[in-house]
Design a protein around this ligand. Structure first.
Ligand SMILES: Cc1cc2nc3c(=O)[nH]c(=O)nc-3n(C[C@H](O)[C@H](O)[C@H](O)COP(=O)(O)OP(=O)(O)OC[C@H]3O[C@@H](n4cnc5c(N)ncnc54)[C@H](O)[C@@H]3O)c2cc1C
Length: 223
């Protein structure tokens, strides 16, 4: 058994010259931010997409996209789809298994670092300026927008959109606690060896083995 949690080799992002004025600055290059940046740039707006991590970045995730979400995306993601499944095996305390099979595709499986990076690449190809490894150090409101300072860069933006995830600035600004009491997720890529009794067309979900949480095994192309 081999465990890993690292991004695989990815295509480099197109690099644009830094801008001094943006219509919209999107903070956070997860799926929400990257897709917003894509849509705004595709409509002709000057967009900056800022990410504090180096891209591509790893995110603990099962990588299961529900089918409806996939059909709503404005472009095809076939290049990064590893499996499409319509069967789910449920257990409680790893016992009492039962399976449900849908008549149509249920979940599309991707590796998050790869999927998220595809969305960022789409945003960049649509014209968004992507700054990664960039920490926002100052946001200052002016009559006609916001002055933004990040690591090694500063620019002015008419609007700022926060897509900075469950632990970001926006969450704190809205008054939610910095983290929930049981805020932990563990994620591991496990290479399936031939002796492993897995069924690659099935999602596994188990409740109750540890109190107040669940575990999953989502099959990917090779793990
Ligand atoms: C263990 C686990 C398993 C999951 N499995 C699934 C699943 O199978 N299917 C599914 O649909 N969902 C799953 N989720 C949920 C899913 O990960 C989130 O719903 C999704 O990531 C939210 O996307 P987002 O773009 O809002 O935020 P995120 O993906 O969290 O992206 C936010 C980005 O903002 C960046 N950022 C934060 N602060 C700043 C800042 N100040 N400046 C610049 N950048 C910043 C972060 O680095 C991050 O890259 C899972 C979550 C966990 C924890």
């Amino acid at each position: 058994m081999h465990c890993t949690q690292s991004p695989r080799p990815q295509q480099a992002l197109p690099r644009h010259h830094p801008v001094l004025h943006a219509d919209v600055t999107v903070i956070g290059a997860g799926p929400a931010g990257a897709l917003l940046a894509y849509l705004l740039a595709a409509h002709g707006l000057q967009v900056v997409l800022v990410e504090k991590a180096s891209l591509p970045r790893v995110k603990p995730c099962g990588g299961g996209l529900n089918w409806k979400t996939v059909t709503l995306l404005p472009f095809a993601i076939d290049a990064v789809v590893e499996r499409v499944v319509s069967r789910v095996l449920f257990t409680q305390h790893l016992r009492q298994p039962f399976t449900r099979t849908a008549s149509q595709p249920l979940v599309t499986l991707v590796t998050r670092s790869i999927f998220d990076h595809l969305l960022v690449q789409k945003a960049a190809a649509a014209g968004a300026h992507v700054y990664d490894a960039c920490h926002i150090t100052r946001l200052e409101a002016h009559p006609h927008g916001i002055a933004i300072q990040g690591t090694g860069l500063s620019w002015h933006s008419r609007y700022v959109a926060f897509a900075d995830g469950a632990k970001g600035i926006l969450r704190r600004q809205l008054g939610f606690a910095a983290s929930a009491p049981h805020d932990m997720g563990l994620d591991m890529d496990v290479e399936a060896d031939p002796a492993c009794p897995w069924t690659p067309e099935t999602l596994y979900l188990d409740w109750g083995t540890t109190a107040q949480t669940y575990a999953w095994a989502f099959p990917k192309a090779d793990h």
